[in-house]
Structure formats: C-alpha cells, structure tokens
Unconditional design. Structure first.
Length: 285
C-alpha cells in the first residue's frame, strides 16, 4: 500500500484495498468455501475499522446506509461461520460420544441452509449494488467534497500526524475499557472484542504505511491485540458450549466423554484475556 501524504488519500488507499480483498474472497465464498467466508468477514471488519478510524472526516449520510447493508452481509456470513464452528466442535471425538443422537445431522442441515442463503445473497442485485455504491462513495461520496470548514481541514490534514494521535487515543481508550474485563457481561465483552479487532487491524494497516522507525510499537499492538482477540474468542466459544448443554444436547454432563469434551473453565480463559490486556497496556506509543 502506497504511503499517502494527506488523510483523504490515505483513507482511500486503505478502503480500496479492503474492498478489493472483499471481492476476491467473494468469488469463492459463494461456493461455500469456509476460508473465503471467514476472509470476507475479516475484510468487512477491516473496512469498518478504517471508516471508524477516519470518522471525523468521512462519516456522512451515505455511510449510514452503506453500514446497514454491510451489516446484512456480515450477518449472513456470520451465520455460516457459526454453523461451521458448532459442527466442527461436535465432530471431535470426545464430544461426539456425548451428544444426543441426531444433533450432528441437524447441524449439518443448518450448515447447508446457511450456505444456500449466503450464495443467494452474494449473487443478488442487492449485493452488487452495495459494491458499486461503496466504490462510488470511496471515490466521491459527500465526505470527499464537503465545503464545511472542519471537514475540508481534516481531509487535507497530514496523514502521519493524524494517524499517530488517533492510534494513541484508540490504544488508551481500549486499555481503559479493558480494566473492567473481569466484570463484563457477554454483550459488553462482545462489543469490546470488536474494538480490539479494530485496533489490531488498523495497527497492522498503519505498520505498512508509516516510516520504518515508527513501525515497532504498531507491530507490538498488533501482536498483543491479536492475542487478546483470541482469548476473548475462546470465551465466546465457551458461551456456545453452554448453549449446547442448556439445550440438552449432551446425553449427560457427568459422562467421561462429556467431561473430556468440555472447554477450559471460564476463570482460566478470563485470566488469559486479562494477561493479554495487560501486555497491551504496557506498550508505550
């Protein structure tokens, strides 16, 4: 990705790359390829992270509609991803011996249905229009030629100084929010994980465009945020496990097979997330 001198040019460079990556994954995601489905979700999150990062400059009336449409695509992709994760989990040897008869078959049926819905969505006129509208918005949306004084200033602002201040602010706010990690309920923890993803992806993106001397702290942020994201994801998987159990999917929680299939206790997963957060907090940028 080429280095850009002003914020508008850098923003366009970043989101064009995200959109291109999204379209590359879309070609194989239509056939249900699991890696491509996951890749599309990542590219959408990257694009949304970039818009949020440059939000003082780029958020406008058109973006609100585009964001709604991107959520539709992301939810459709997420349904496939969730079905795959559950199916993969119950297919493992220990839990397979503990699940109620017919559960694996029902999950396979669900996986097929979500893929059918995804194929229709990605082949639809609605999706094609969204991709066209995104390209037009990136190149010439209302944000790009607003005569409002502050907007014009932000577009022409030096990209390097803006990004340095913005990533510092994101890092500081995320660390502060993470202090309550031990007491977060599931919905709040989910929102926190989204913020972690945004920080990780923007640190990764900026590490490719800033001067070499400024890359080290960004790479540290990327690594620590990735570990924190993974730890929070493990906590999310624990929630899926509990849903399976509450639905009486297991024949009995006391069987040897059920105990072998159980994930790590929540306190261990939470401790791993807190350690990752502390590592992130100790990065000096």
């Amino acid at each position: 990705m080429a280095t850009a001198s002003d914020c508008a040019a850098l923003f366009r460079s970043i989101v064009r790359a995200d959109l291109a990556g999204l379209l590359v994954c879309q070609r194989t995601a239509r056939s249900g390829n699991a890696e491509a489905v996951h890749g599309m979700r990542i590219q959408i999150t990257r694009l949304r992270a970039a818009v949020r990062f440059f939000s003082p400059m780029v958020k406008d009336s058109q973006w609100r509609r585009l964001r709604t449409e991107l959520r539709w695509v992301h939810r459709t992709l997420g349904a496939v991803r969730d079905a795959d994760i559950l199916l993969d989990h119950v297919a493992r040897a220990p839990i397979r011996n503990a699940i109620a008869p017919g559960l694996e078959r029902r999950l396979k049926t669900r996986s097929v249905k979500t893929r059918q819905l995804l194929k229709r969505a990605l082949s639809s006129k609605r999706f094609a229009k969204l991709m066209t509208d995104l390209r037009h918005w990136i190149d010439g949306g209302p944000w790009s030629d607003s005569v409002e004084k502050d907007q014009a200033k932000r577009r022409s602002r030096n990209a390097q100084s803006y990004c340095a201040r913005r990533i510092q602010r994101w890092h500081r706010k995320l660390v502060r929010r993470g202090l309550a990690l031990r007491h977060m309920e599931d919905p709040r923890r989910h929102r926190f994980r989204i913020r972690v993803k945004h920080l990780r992806y923007m640190a990764e993106t900026l590490a490719n465009v800033v001067p070499r001397a400024d890359r080290k702290p960004l790479r540290k942020i990327k690594r620590s945020a990735r570990r924190l994201q993974g730890a929070l994801g493990d906590l999310g998987d624990l929630k899926r496990w509990r849903i399976l159990r509450s639905a009486s999917a297991l024949r009995t929680s006391g069987t040897k097979a059920a105990r072998a299939a159980s994930p790590k206790p929540e306190k261990h997963l939470l401790a791993a997330a807190i350690r990752a957060h502390d590592d992130l907090a100790n990065i000096d940028i």
